[in-house]
Design a protein around this ligand. Structure first.
Ligand code: CTP
Length: 399
């Protein structure tokens, strides 16, 4: 997870309320080790001051094409020399139009012309401005010119309207930038994952579930998206986690719903990763109405749930299947036993006391070549290692 370390990034900030979110984005990028240089337009500086960006980036902030602080007086050239990318966030309708026409009437637009690194834009504007034919044309042209357009998102707008035009949240922009510098181990692949617990209804307000935060599954989905997978579908049981950037999440509750959603997402999948803690049983007959207490003992009849992973792995057109096993003892024997029983090329095993609910995990990978212990690390780093391992196996398998 060191892909941003030492990267030189130029962040352009144009006039938009969303500029306050860019302050957080700069903080995240700097925290990840990037060398961030902020260029404010005149309008941008009206929303968030240079002092804030200077403090967050630890570098001087630039606004003026004629700034004499640059020794050769060529800020528009020097800022992008050796830069790994320029990201304009927020990108106003005005700057998009200028970029399309190659206008260069301030520092930001001039340095965008005088660059040979990738340009990313995160548009932010009122819904009508976004939908205006001129903006639609401009965005299409920018894409054609090789500019990466990130978002926008739909939702409440500062003007009080609701619709497309909100800038993507800083965390998502951070992901999008980081993903650019990640090796594309899963380029062109479609990945389907399950994550989180399932919830099996007893009556309309009660149910049985497994203990699972969903963190490992979400971290893996995110790692797959970062590794350049063409499509990542995350079939998720109830968790409080946001969908990672580049991941399509399908929300489900029960194991039966999870199975249906997996089968629907499966066509064209190259990889299936079962991370979910699927309940092995469900109440055979959930009550239609809330069960009233009576003081008597209550017996529940449970019916077995389908084993989603085993079912996918047994298909004649099975994708590369990865399983998880959380055990409380005898990890090697149980994990390898599950891998063989379900005919999986790869299984990730861990002891419940090592990973459940926490932010770190310690796992062992089991494949045909044997066991590969990974050192204890945060779940996103473990996810990255798993993706590297499975991508290598996938490459070997497909020749
Ligand atoms: N799995 C699944 N569908 C189920 C149960 C499990 O897809 N109904 C998947 C999990 O996502 C995980 C792996 O299978 O990848 C776990 O294997 P399993 O043997 O089912 O684990 P446990 O349910 O923990 O088994 P046991 O209770 O026997 O230890």
């Amino acid at each position: 997870m060191r892909e941003l370390e030492g990267r030189r990034l130029v962040i352009g900030v144009t006039g938009g309320v969303a500029a306050y979110k860019t302050a957080e984005l700069v903080r995240l990028l700097v925290k990840a080790g990037a060398d961030v240089h902020v260029v404010l337009t005149e309008a941008g500086a009206r929303f968030v001051g240079a002092v804030t960006f200077q403090a967050l980036s630890g570098n001087p902030v630039w606004t003026d094409l004629w700034d004499a602080r640059m020794s050769n007086n060529m800020a528009h050239i020097d800022l992008t020399r050796g830069a790994d990318a320029v990201l304009i966030a927020p990108a106003s309708a005005d700057v998009l139009a200028k970029l399309v026409h190659g206008l260069a009437d301030d520092l930001l637009t001039t340095l965008c012309l005088a660059r040979d690194c990738p340009l990313l834009v995160a548009p932010a504007m009122n819904r009508q401005m976004w939908e205006h034919p001129a903006t639609v044309r401009n965005v299409a042209q920018l894409r054609e010119d090789g500019v990466t357009v990130l978002g926008p998102d739909a939702g409440d707008q500062a003007c009080g309207e609701v619709g497309m035009g909100r800038m993507l949240e800083p965390e998502l922009l951070f992901e999008a930038v980081a993903a650019r510098f990640q090796s594309k181990l899963l380029a062109g692949r479609k990945v389907v994952l399950t994550a989180g617990p399932t919830f099996e209804a007893i009556d309309p307000v009660r149910g049985i579930t497994n203990s699972s935060s969903g963190k490992m599954g979400y971290a893996l989905a995110r790692a797959c998206a970062r590794a350049g997978a063409a499509e990542v579908v995350l079939v998720s049981g109830p968790t409080g986690l946001p969908a990672p950037w580049g991941v399509r999440r399908v929300d489900v509750k029960s194991a039966l719903e999870m199975r249906d959603a997996v089968l629907a997402a499966l066509p064209g999948a190259d990889v299936f990763i079962g991370v979910a803690a699927v309940a092995d049983y469900r109440p055979a007959q959930p009550a239609e109405h809330k069960i009233k207490k009576s003081g008597e003992a209550l017996a529940l009849t449970l019916a077995p749930n389908p084993d989603i992973l085993a079912e996918v792995a047994a298909r004649p057109d099975a994708p590369f299947c990865v399983g998880f096993a959380a055990e409380s003892r005898e990890l090697d024997a149980y994990a390898e036993g599950k891998r063989r029983a379900k005919k999986l090329p790869l299984l990730v095993g861990n002891l419940v006391q090592d990973g459940l609910g926490g932010d770190d995990n310690e796992v062992i990978l089991y494949d045909d070549a044997g066991r590969h212990p990974l050192a204890r690390a945060p779940k996103p780093a473990i996810a990255q290692r798993i993706v590297e391992h499975l991508a290598a196996l996938l490459r070997a398998r497909k020749g």
